[in-house]
Write a protein that binds this ligand. Structure first.
Ligand SMILES: [Zn+2]
Length: 405
């Protein structure tokens, strides 16, 4: 490779680094940006000037730079520079969002999508929603940078293929990316839902500014995980990273659907927690039972636990122990700065989140455990669509730069 090509590649890479940092952290002063991206001040000024000239970023003010009273230019992404679509496909539903360059949702819609539907039916539906959203928001299709889709695994991220998602009968090796690109006429990329939730929080949510973070989604049945390492999704071999739900937390525990025993997702599944509570009430003497032990719900268990009910508190504490074992393993392997807990369980119980945080913070090894942030997800149910938009922005960002850049 000759020097001319080398310097061109370096210039583009620097511009992408600066641009992505502005997207994640903006509005941001140029002197602060210089510290974050690790480039010289001159390089950052040159790149931001070129991005300003191309209308991709805008000046939004001045900030004290601490440098002999000079004020540093504050820049931010131009929200109208481009737009992206984000889709979430899961059992029974299809969610579509259209976001501006800041990742703000301009329109969002959730529709029922029977999982027995064919891939062709999905294409028709997506096509229809895209046309409707573009029309409603008066956006020309040529201004769409691309679409990201959050899909259930297993999948081949590089090739854009859904391999054989459970609960989607007849879907086998579906080249969903190619099919959508041909139909829609713009770029498409895809990833697993929980990976995208992790990315969404690091772009627009609670883990902005943390280079390495782990997102754990805690459903009533099923646990997922996604790792953002050095600002990128970590996929691992066969895109199989993050499957924290099948981490063994009790070697002699219940049998899991995957064939192993004592997986996290089977040890804290809703039916198991309810079964435990009922059992403990029935063998307990002189404890105040709810009127309808058999009909007790997960919500009631969490509520009774936070009100000091010993039986429910024991079960919630044990649940926190299992989650903490899994998180402890992740901490030892990847050393994330932040763990984000999403899904219905943390929504239902702040106590559960606090118990998990206490256990992780009290771990003696590694000593930095006390500094790891354990927080709830802040993006709510839109986290997957927002992650899909973030993926499209990140994947196709080089197309935003002017041709002669
Ligand atoms: Zn399992």
């Amino acid at each position: 490779m000759n020097d001319g090509i080398n310097s061109k590649v370096m210039k583009v890479n620097n511009a992408l680094l600066v641009l992505e940092t502005i997207m994640r952290r903006g509005p941001i002063a140029r002197n602060e940006l210089t510290g974050l991206v690790g480039l010289t001040q001159v390089s950052v000024i040159n790149v931001t000037n070129a991005l300003l000239e191309a209308g991709i970023i805008v000046e939004v003010g001045r900030a004290n730079s601490g440098n002999q009273g000079r004020r540093s230019m504050v820049v931010d992404i131009n929200e109208h520079a481009f737009y992206c679509f984000g889709m979430e496909l899961s059992v029974g539903k299809l969610v579509c969002g259209l976001g501006d360059a800041r990742g703000r949702l301009l329109q969002f819609e959730e529709i029922k999508f029977p999982s027995r539907s064919s891939a062709e039916m999905l294409l028709d539906k997506v096509d229809e929603l895209v046309e409707e959203f573009l029309k409603n928001n008066q956006i020309d299709k040529r201004r769409i940078l691309g679409m990201g889709i959050a899909v259930p695994g297993p999948l081949d991220v590089q090739e854009g293929i859904m391999i054989n998602p459970p609960n989607f009968p007849g879907w086998k090796n579906v080249p969903i990316r190619r099919m959508l690109e041909e139909r829609l006429g713009f770029r498409v990329c895809l990833d697993k839902e929980t990976n995208l939730a992790a990315l969404a929080e690091s772009f627009y949510g609670v883990s902005v500014g943390y280079k390495t973070s782990f997102f754990m989604s805690l459903f009533r049945l099923g646990i997922g995980g996604g790792l953002v390492a050095e600002n990128n999704i970590f996929h691992g071999f066969c895109d199989g990273a993050g499957e924290v739900g099948h981490m063994t937390v009790e070697s002699s525990g219940r049998k899991c659907g995957c064939g192993n025993y004592g997986c996290l997702e089977t040890m804290i599944a809703e039916d198991y927690l309810i079964e435990q509570v009922r059992h403990l009430y029935k063998i307990g003497v002189e404890i105040e039972r709810p009127e309808d032990i058999d009909g007790i719900t997960l919500e009631e268990i969490f509520e009774r636990s936070s009100n000091g009910d010993d039986v429910c508190e024991d079960v919630v504490k044990q649940t926190a122990v299992y989650i903490s074992i899994a998180i402890g393993n992740i901490v030892n392997l990847f050393s994330p700065e932040m763990i984000v807990l999403g899904g219905p369980l943390p929504e239902m119980s702040t106590q559960l989140v606090e118990l998990v945080a206490d256990r992780i913070h009290s771990k003696k090894y590694p000593s930095h455990c006390k500094d790891i942030k354990i927080v709830k997800s802040v993006l709510g149910p839109q986290v997957y669509v927002k992650g899909a938009i973030a993926l499209a922005e990140k994947t196709f960002l080089s197309y935003v730069l002017p041709e002669n850049f």
